[in-house]
Design a protein around this ligand. Structure first.
Ligand code: OAD
Length: 233
């Protein structure tokens, strides 16, 4: 059987679950303990910016304790050694794919370790806590930093590039995502329209499962390395 020339991988919170980062919609997930309207919308940030900063400060603190797992490393290996094109799109705002040395990652929902200044529009790295008093390292004005997170009601990053890639995909693989948040939830159908084979890797059935050709069921740390080994064999 010939190998796919373009593979598009979409990852979600499930790939980082075994690194100790909570998912959003599972039992004890982030959206059980926090209301989306209070911490993940532009309106929430306008109303109570300290609360929103605190939520992302906690996420950064959790990320400082987390390490990439075997699924992140397997994807890094695939992108480094596969003879064709491997495009990785993640909904995750953690940087565990980068820590695993994945050469190229598209963060469609933003990045936890970056903030943007709404005064000078610079994006700057930020590993620690941010408050409404933190000055921008670039323009030095306080009160303008916001998390580089795509909140509900905002447009995801790099959609043109992602959609162009989906049009030439031969294989689309969704890993550890519940398939309920658009536009990412629609990628499987776009890839199918382009003629790609579609695989879902998840430890449970999702709302999107019916759209996939194949299912690899189980923890990402087992299923992803096995799938990558098969592709690289
Ligand atoms: P969800 O929390 O919605 O879904 C996590 C998925 O991972 C579920 O389908 C689980 O079954 C699966 N899962 C959990 N542990 C797993 C494991 N060890 N191995 C394999 N699968 C596992 O997270 P996302 O789909 O990433 O957006 O959520 C999408 C977006 O909704 C997020 O990017 C976030 C959220 O609101 C923003 O904040 C903008």
């Amino acid at each position: 059987m010939s190998k796919p020339s373009t593979i598009v991988i979409l990852t979600g919170a499930g790939i980082s679950a075994e690194s100790g980062l909570p998912t959003f919609r599972d039992v004890n997930g982030l959206w059980e303990g926090h209301r989306i309207e209070e911490v993940a919308t532009p309106e929430a940030f306008a109303r109570t910016p300290w609360l929103v900063h605190e939520f992302y400060n906690q996420r950064r603190a959790a990320l400082r304790k987390a390490e990439p797992n075997d699924a992140h490393y397997a994807i890094a290996r695939l992108q480094q050694s596969y003879p064709g094109e491997v495009v990785l799109v993640t909904q995750n705002v953690d940087d565990l794919h980068e820590q695993a040395e994945t050469p190229s990652v598209i963060h469609m929902h933003g990045e936890l370790r970056k903030v943007r200044c709404e005064n000078c529009w610079k994006v700057v790295r930020c590993g620690g806590d941010v408050s409404i008093d933190t000055p921008c390292p670039s323009c030095e004005q306080a009160g303008f930093l916001r998390p580089l997170i795509v909140w509900f009601g905002e447009a995801p990053f790099e959609m043109d590039r992602i959609e162009r890639t989906l049009q030439r995909a031969d294989l689309f693989v969704a890993i550890g995502t519940s398939g309920v948040v658009y536009p990412a939830a629609g990628f499987v159908r776009q890839a199918k329209l382009a003629g790609a084979e579609t695989i879902e890797i998840n430890n449970a059935v999702t709302e999107a499962s019916g759209h996939f050709d194949r299912h690899l069921t189980g923890p990402a740390t087992e299923q992803v390395p096995a799938w990558v080994a098969e592709l690289l064999a």
